[in-house]
Design a protein around this ligand. Structure first.
Ligand SMILES: NC(=O)c1ccc[n+]([C@@H]2O[C@H](COP(=O)([O-])OP(=O)(O)OC[C@H]3O[C@@H](n4cnc5c(N)ncnc54)[C@H](O)[C@@H]3O)[C@@H](O)[C@H]2O)c1
Length: 426
């Protein structure tokens, strides 16, 4: 039995879903095959994703494959209540609405788990974490999960490192095509679009400080430059995870890409707009707020709302008030104003200004989700963080090209042999 905002919104939700479906050819193809093969027959999937139209099409695709779906949101602000109503009408159990408080948010994930799922899809690892801490009785039944985002994969690797992970989880986020489709190009367009819709301000000529030059930050910086903004990139000197580039590699990449690069203490006084996407905690703090210009705007595109120290900002303010949807004003005791978008939560997904990634991007990301979930359901895997099989990663990129009308030629047998050989130098 679903718990949603308003079942009467389903007509608008159906329209939204139809538009998304028409623009998601990769999932449509997968759905056709699933309909015949029914890979999820008898399987219940517990879902914790941003519940909006593209997610809706993924869930419909899994349902075509025979799955029973129970779904909650992975963020209290990101549910599209119209889509939630339409999915409930289609027979899925949906526990989500935009504007959940913290208690409601966790109660909704718990309700999904009451369905005793066999497989999970998570975004940020809150659902998987709940199973491992508060709903351990479900561990035996769960065959595996897929994780959508960088922050979730980071948490999972920490669990695995401490020997605490009890079922296999495919790191969908780490597929090469996911980084490309989603973190880089998707976050870039959707975060900037959301900031523009929330503020209606011109970006050309503004100084925008992008904090974190990873997959998301690089995309955001590139697109901002295209809109005429002066971009300053902030990175750290150090390595936060074991793998991949260190912060100083990313900082050099930003410098050689033509951006100004500095630390946040220096950039704080220069920015008109600040965008964080580090996956890290307390990145912009009180000492930075103190240096900011009057009217500075803060937005976060990282997974959790802990990148900007909102409590610190509040403690410096005489007043915190809502200006309009997605915009709050902090009146600092110093007399200065600072604006915060979407309560510091994922700006690109916080409704109404955030619409999430463009549809074509999520067609690719969710194709990887659907195929990875099928992979888990068909294979017995160890309780580890597992990479997306290369065939899936390569296939989805090929399908995305085909969806754009591009068919590449394959390397010849001679070329394949040459690429593998150590004898043929000339
Ligand atoms: N908004 C979205 O739709 C969306 C999409 C994908 C990922 N994400 C989230 O965005 C965040 C970043 O993801 P990513 O894939 O770009 O990760 P990434 O690991 O590629 O990049 C993060 C970068 O931030 C830097 N960094 C860390 N701490 C910092 C600090 N204190 N100051 C400055 N730089 C710092 C790191 O050195 C790294 O280069 C994660 O939380 C991820 O879950 C959001």
């Amino acid at each position: 039995m679903s718990r949603i905002k308003d079942a009467k919104l389903s007509k608008e939700g159906r329209e939204e879903l139809e538009w998304a479906r028409e623009n998601m050819p990769i999932l449509a193809g997968i759905g056709k095959r699933f309909e015949q093969e029914k890979p999820f027959k008898g399987i219940t999937i517990g879902v914790c994703l941003h519940l909006e139209k593209k997610t809706g099409v993924l869930l419909e695709t899994l349902k075509k494959g025979g799955a029973v779906i129970a779904a909650a949101s992975c963020n209290p602000l990101t549910t599209d209540d119209r889509v939630a109503a339409a999915l409930a009408e289609e027979g899925m159990d949906v526990y989500a609405w935009a504007g959940e408080n913290e208690k409601e948010y966790y109660a909704n994930i718990n309700s999904v788990l009451d369905h005793k799922p066999d497989l999970l899809i998570d975004d940020g690892c809150d659902q998987i974490f709940m199973v491992h801490t508060k709903r351990k009785e479900l561990l035996k039944k769960i065959r595996g999960a897929c994780e959508e985002t960088t922050t979730g994969v980071t948490r999972l690797r920490a669990m695995e490192g401490e020997g605490k992970l009890k079922f296999p989880v495919v790191a969908v986020n780490d597929a090469y095509s996911k980084f490309l489709f989603d973190n880089r190009f998707g976050t870039a367009q959707s975060a900037i679009e959301a900031i523009m819709r929330a503020t209606n301000k011109l970006l050309a000529g503004k100084t925008v400080v992008v904090v974190g030059f990873g997959w998301c930050g690089r995309g955001i910086s590139d697109r901002l430059r295209g809109l005429g903004a002066n971009v300053i990139v902030v990175e750290v000197c150090g390595r936060l995870g074991k793998e991949g580039p260190a912060g100083q590699h990313k900082a050099l990449e930003a410098l050689y890409s033509g951006f100004r690069v500095m630390n946040l203490d220096d950039a704080a006084g220069e920015g008109d707009i600040f965008i964080t996407s580090t996956g890290n905690i307390n990145v912009i703090t009180k000492s930075h707020f103190a240096k900011m210009k009057d009217g500075a705007i803060l937005a976060n595109a990282g997974h959790f709302n802990n990148e900007i120290d909102i409590k610190g900002l509040e403690s410096m303010s005489a007043k915190r008030e809502k200006v309009k949807e997605n915009v709050e004003r902090f009146m600092l005791r110093s007399g200065k104003k600072i604006y915060l978008l979407s309560e510091g939560r994922l700006v690109n997904l916080s409704r109404p200004s955030g619409q999430g990634h463009p549809i074509e991007i999520m067609d690719g990301s969710f194709a990887i989700q659907a195929l990875s979930l099928e992979f888990i359901s068909k294979n017995k895997l160890p309780a580890k963080v597992i990479s997306v099989p290369q065939e899936i990663d390569d296939k989805v990129a090929e399908l995305a090209l085909l969806a754009n009308g591009i068919r590449l030629s394959k390397p010849s047998e001679e070329q394949k042999r040459y690429a593998r050989s150590w004898k043929e130098g000339t």
